[in-house]
Write a protein that binds this ligand. Structure first.
Ligand SMILES: [Fe+2]
Length: 238
């Protein structure tokens, strides 16, 4: 509880504000980062038709014959990241019997990026968590998370920015996460990437993934095992 003392009257007030309904993102240092060697390759626009901004992406998975990153290296990174992610889940007392339901890379040069998006599935088979591994030439301020619930704008009739609760009103979180780190976030969380001249000659490389729980490990009941949402889709790297 915070203590507020009135300058004029000396009166004491005890109060605290509670960050209810906060959204967790987890930033971790990836211990195997230095084991992987990533070469730069040329600027390429390879985005799905439904995306707007130019980016070299393999979404939703990396094909075995990918022209830029060998399948051996992809498998090495996948294996290292899955092990790391299981440790993170374990540390946070969350399900660690998990797999990648999607795993892809994004390569960017100046002018490329990703428009605001989330990782919710239109077919409602949603990831458990999502993650981004900052592999090469990732700079501060390029990844931004944004709020899509604007209800707290109703509180902004006054000069809200000087209030002691102004942190609740921020609608953007600009991430400063260095190379060699992994950020985890829930799939509904809107985010975008903007890449500027800092990457004119340095290719930014990230690996992104969606996680699924191996549900049999947690829901042994036959009903849940057979329901459609128990998605056995995508790759199983477990
Ligand atoms: Fe994303």
């Amino acid at each position: 509880m915070n203590t507020f003392i009135n300058d004029d009257t000396g009166e004491t007030l005890y109060a605290e504000d509670l960050p209810i309904f906060a959204t967790p993102i987890i930033v971790t240092k990836y211990n195997n980062h230095n084991d992987h060697e990533f070469e730069a390759f040329k600027k390429v626009d390879r985005k799905p038709e439904s995306w707007f901004t130019s980016v070299n992406t393999t979404f939703p998975d990396v094909k075995l014959d990918d022209p830029y990153i060998s399948s051996d290296l992809v498998e090495e990174v996948k294996k290292g990241l899955l092990n790391h992610t299981k440790k993170v889940m374990d540390a946070y007392n969350m399900p660690a019997d998990i797999r990648f339901s999607s795993f892809w890379y994004n390569a960017y040069y100046e002018g490329q990026g990703q428009e605001p998006h989330n990782h919710l599935s239109p077919s409602n088979i949603n990831p458990f968590w999502c993650g981004i591994y900052f592999a090469k030439n990732c700079f501060d301020g390029q990844l931004t998370f944004s709020k899509t619930d604007y209800s707290l704008r109703t509180q902004q009739v006054c000069d809200w920015n000087v209030s002691n609760v102004n942190g609740y009103y921020n609608e953007l979180f600009i991430a400063n996460i260095p190379n060699g780190h992994v950020v985890y976030f829930p799939p509904h969380l809107q985010h975008c990437v903007q890449v500027g001249k800092e990457n004119r000659h340095k290719m930014r490389l990230t690996f992104s993934f969606n996680l699924a729980i191996n549900r049999d490990a947690y829901l042994p009941d036959e009903y849940f095992r057979n329901e459609p949402v128990s998605s056995r889709v995508g790759n199983s790297s477990a």
